[in-house]
Design a protein. Sequence first.
Length: 122
Amino acid sequence: MWNKLRDGISRFMAGRYGMDQLGMALLAAALVFVFLSRFVYAPLWIVSPALLGFAVYRTYSRNIERRTRENTRFLHLLDPLRDREHRYFRCPKCRQKVRVPRGKGRIAIRCPKCGERFERTT
C-alpha cells in the first residue's frame, strides 16, 4: 500500500520544481509570522498565508527554469550573510560585486570587470 502511495506521489511530482532553499525560507518566515501574530497587534496574520501560498505555488510549479533563477538570486543575496571570511563591496563605476578578505585594514581594490581602483576598509 505504501509503495503504491509513494509511486503515485512520484508520478504527480514528475516535471514539477519541488522544494529548495527559497521555499524552505518562505515556510520558515510564514511560521515566524504566525508566531508573531499571536503576540503583536498587527495584521501579520495576512502575511503568513501569502508566504505559505507562494511556497506551495513554487513547489508545484512546472516552470523549472524560472524557479531556479529565483532560488539562485535568493542564494546570491545570502552570500554576504553566510561568508564570514570575506567582505563584499560594489564597484563605484560598474556596480560589480567584489569580494575581499576580512581583517586586512584599508586596502586598494581593483574591480575585475572594469579595472576601477577604489579603497575600502575591511
